[in-house]
Design a binder for this molecule. Structure first.
Ligand code: ATP
Ligand code: MG
Length: 486
């Protein structure tokens, strides 16, 4: 078996071999590193399993590098980590495992290499390469993992029902590897996932979401979501997405299957960007279609307001999935809320003010939004696709022209909330928001010029109608103007 290691890797493995010999131990490269080398994927870390104390071996290996790298020890797991020449090495002693029904954390006892290979989740993850003098470099493949790599198959070494019941996270991992490697899950293994899907409930949300994110980061994420759906896992971990599936018919009129549409949008955007959050935006862009769906006589199926309702669902879904509730979440929410805007612009006479509004609302995420909109075109009709793309091109051109002229993308209205409070000597309150918004609207509509004086005069008029009057002499709040681009 030819395995292409870099010079650096070979140098490191020789050092490990010396340490192993010095301690009179037995050790092997195992798991993801071996699999990825055979598949031809990039590797940046390697797991080493030894018969005996993994921490002791790690310390002995570290000694052989200059400068000597620190050894991070995880006593509870009996593992140790060494970063040697920028390469991450994880050491563990070979072990046997036994599981209890309510936990994915097994009881462990020291074992042989074979015991350790038996506890691995998939045949392709159980391959080992010897680091021992007598058979250095030899591949040890007790379950036919090499053949499974050749045939692109994910399969468990032991009875799959037991394997998944012991540690239900493995179901997510099976689907994640199938997605990353573009492998098929062998039939009985897939059936065992279906039968054990309900067991996913003993796994923490963080672990589940970590796998979901890895699926999303793959080059064709639809493979994973389709498998999660077919295995019945998606129903448990992300039911809102399952609600997108299927097409309803009435009076012979149907609508598209929004689940498969969403998966196609996801694959489309994944060809354009690696950004995880834009991929999440693709997953969620139509998430409110099921709850906004209506059949209108003579009109067919409608999903009015699904972008607004969908935007509201984003924080809830992020919270449930334990995704971060930060700027990334706000980006996804914004993409969902705005995803119909460029389409509506391409259908009507485009006024400058409509373009300015889109530029303002999308701000620095304008390009990301256009990317999502283009990914959203999934028609099979080539003529239609061509027409849509041309329309978007037109929207882009108009946006470029208006942006060139008005610089709206990073624009802030010339009068801020703080200035309004200062000018009228009022505390934070509703009128501040009303005034601020009316200034913004007036400028975007082209009703007034985009500068402080025009905004000030407009605001004073508007405030008067609200019974508000400025403190005397504060027109000079102007001195507080942040660097406005008027
Ligand atoms: P990647 O690092 O790309 O996620 P990997 O295969 O290296 O892939 P790790 O999670 O780093 O995955 O685990 C290293 C090895 O440990 C795996 O190859 C597998 O042999 C074993 N392993 C990891 N998680 C499990 C599990 N839940 N059940 C059984 N074996 C596992
Ligand atoms: Mg790994």
């Amino acid at each position: 078996m030819e395995i292409n290691c870099t010079e650096k890797e070979l140098f490191i493995f020789k050092k490990i071999a010396h340490a192993v010999e010095h301690l009179g131990m037995e050790a092997y490269l195992i798991g993801g590193f071996v699999r990825d080398k055979i598949v031809g994927r990039d590797t940046k870390d390697a797991d080493v399993v030894c018969v005996g104390d993994g921490i002791r071996l790690a310390k002995e290996v570290a000694k052989r590098f200059n400068p000597v790298p620190p050894v991070s020890i995880f006593k509870t797991y009996g593992t140790a980590h060494v970063k040697a020449d920028e390469f991450d090495l994880e050491f563990v002693g070979a072990r046997k495992e036994s599981y209890k029904y309510h936990s994915r954390n097994p009881e462990v006892a020291p074992g042989t290499l074979e015991d350790d290979q038996l506890r691995r989740d998939f045949t392709i993850n159980a391959l080992a390469i010897s680091l021992n003098k007598n058979n250095y470099g030899q591949l040890l493949d007790p379950f036919g993992g090499l053949d499974d790599i050749k045939h692109k198959i994910i399969k468990t070494p032991l009875d799959p029902v037991q394997t998944f019941s012991d540690d239900p996270l493995r179901m997510m991992r099976a689907i994640r590897f199938a997605t990353q490697l573009n492998f098929a899950i062998e039939d009985t293994t897939l059936q065992a996932i279906k039968d054990n899907a309900y067991r996913i409930s003993i796994i923490s949300q963080e672990r589940i979401t970590e796998e979901l994110n890895k699926i999303l980061a793959s080059s064709t994420p639809s493979i994973g979501f389709d498998l999660l759906y077919r295995a019945g896992l998606l129903h448990i971990i992300f039911p809102q997405m399952v609600d997108l599936a299927g097409a309803e018919y009435k009076d012979g009129v149907g609508h598209k299957d929004n689940f498969y549409h969403t998966l196609q949008v996801l694959d489309n955007i994944s060809k354009e960007t690696d950004d995880l959050w834009l991929r999440w935006a693709a997953v969620l862009h139509d998430i409110a279609k099921p709850v906004t769906k209506q059949f209108e006589e003579g009109h067919g199926w409608t999903f009015h307001g699904h972008e607004v309702v969908g935007g509201k669902m984003v924080p809830k879904i992020f919270s449930k999935l334990k995704l971060p509730l930060n700027d990334k979440m706000r980006l996804v929410k914004k993409m969902v809320e705005l995803h119909l805007r460029p389409i509506s612009l391409s259908q009507e006479e485009i006024t400058d003010s409509a373009i300015r509004r889109l530029l303002f609302d999308a701000g620095e995420d304008f390009d990301a939004l256009m990317m999502l909109c283009e990914a959203d075109i999934t028609s099979k009709n080539k003529q239609k696709v061509k027409r849509y793309l041309e329309n978007f091109e037109l929207v882009r051109k108009r946006c470029e022209a208006v942006e060139e002229k008005d610089r709206i993308r990073n624009w802030q209205p010339p009068i801020t909330g703080e200035m309004i409070m200062e000018i009228f000597s009022i505390p934070p309150s509703r009128p501040v928001g009303v005034l601020k918004n009316s200034i913004k609207e007036a400028i975007l509509d082209g009703e007034i010029d985009n500068n402080y004086d025009a905004a000030y005069d407009f605001m004073i008029e508007k405030a008067k109608q609200m019974g508000l009057f400025p403190k005397s002499g504060v027109r000079d709040a102007k001195s507080q103007i942040p660097d406005s681009k008027s």
